[in-house]
Design a protein around this ligand. Structure first.
Ligand SMILES: NC(=O)c1ccc[n+]([C@@H]2O[C@H](COP(=O)([O-])OP(=O)(O)OC[C@H]3O[C@@H](n4cnc5c(N)ncnc54)[C@H](O)[C@@H]3O)[C@@H](O)[C@H]2O)c1
Length: 311
């Protein structure tokens, strides 16, 4: 089983590291446009093999897509961060050009691959990849909900003062500070509702902390985070390659589900060997439905900035 990761930066390299360390794939190709960068990262990760005990072959490539041939899954993390003075539209234009070009290149060599989109703004980049490639919706998956949900569970565990792995919860909607929807009403601790233990005020704080979880880390690190994002991508890739059929919130094309059409947005999906195996219809209450519609409006407005790239 072969995975290509385009963009050997912080998130891409961490993802390659986790996939190798956990033996999720037999081969990982890291590709980057920066001369020698992916080769260096691949060599560094490979040199962990004997001390951490893995057998995954990790290969680096400077923009040579022939090395990616026959990949089962391709992860796209390539892109640039927003620079001072750059408008959102300019950022979208640049990253859209990168993501579109990368998707076209990888498909030349891996026509059957499932594509996982990570580059931001992720929901818009997922929509772009879908439109630009014309692939069926099950093969284009946006990763954001897995990360946001892990942050939600982290903040829940802190508020409950209980281990993260005893806590369950899910974040749906857009992958952005103001568009994501932590489903506090459905969150649980060992099968019991968290509302048993936390006040409404405490639950609201957990939701608010989750929504700015990425920004909090950017403030601390000076750049966006990579350990949890990389691990979240690896978790998703594992469910695809090993047909685990895990339920993971992912950005996927909606065709009537959750009352939306022609938009990629985070909803719970069953993830297996065909990518998106199905979308799970979780019954939202009226307040959650209103938040989902508002989130869709914001992402749809951003998708409007793709017009020049999609012509
Ligand atoms: N969806 C999520 O949950 C999530 C989480 C974290 C980060 N992100 C996003 O993921 C992306 C990567 O983040 P990062 O921290 O790894 O950034 P980074 O700057 O460390 O890495 C990006 C890499 O992409 C490479 N690149 C740029 N253009 C390329 C091209 N045309 N072909 C190949 N490689 C190219 C760069 O050389 C760089 O090494 C960003 O857009 C970031 O906002 C998304």
């Amino acid at each position: 089983m072969k995975v290509t990761i385009v963009g050997a930066g912080n998130v891409g390299a961490t993802c390659a590291d986790v996939i190798s360390y956990r033996g999720i794939a037999s081969e990982v190709v890291l590709l980057d446009i920066k001369e020698g960068f992916a080769e260096g990262k691949a060599m560094d990760i490979s040199q962990c093999a004997t001390t951490t005990g893995f057998n995954t072959r990790v290969v680096g490539s400077t923009n040579d897509y022939t090395k990616t041939a026959g990949s089962d899954v391709v992860v796209i993390t390539s892109g640039i961060p927003r620079k001072p003075g750059m408008t959102r539209e300019e950022l979208i234009g640049i990253n859209a050009g990168i993501v579109k070009g990368v998707a076209e290149n990888v498909l030349k060599h891996s026509p059957d691959a499932i594509i996982v989109v990570v580059s931001n703004p992720m929901d818009t980049m997922t929509y772009l990849t879908l439109k630009a490639t014309g692939l069926p919706k099950n093969r284009i998956i946006g990763m954001g909900g897995a990360l946001d949900s892990s942050r939600f569970k982290y903040y829940l565990s802190k508020a409950l003062n209980k281990p993260s792995n005893d806590v369950d919860g899910m974040v749906i909607g857009g992958h952005g500070d103001t568009t994501m929807i932590p489903l506090t009403r459905l969150a649980s601790y060992c099968g019991t509702p968290v509302s048993t233990y936390l006040s409404q005020e405490e639950m609201d704080k957990v939701a608010a902390d989750t929504m700015v979880g990425g920004a909090t880390l950017t403030g601390l690190l000076g750049t966006s985070a990579w350990y949890a994002p990389g691990a979240s991508v690896a978790y998703l890739v594992d469910s695809i390659l090993n047909d685990q059929r895990k339920m993971i919130p992912c950005s996927v094309l909606l065709e009537g589900e959750y009352g939306q059409n022609d938009i990629c947005l985070g909803v719970p999906c069953i993830i297996g060997k065909n990518g998106i195996e199905s979308i799970v219809d979780v019954k939202l209450n009226d307040a959650e439905k209103a938040l989902f519609a508002k989130s869709a409006d914001a992402v749809r407005a951003m998708n409007g900035d793709l017009k020049s790239v999609l012509v």
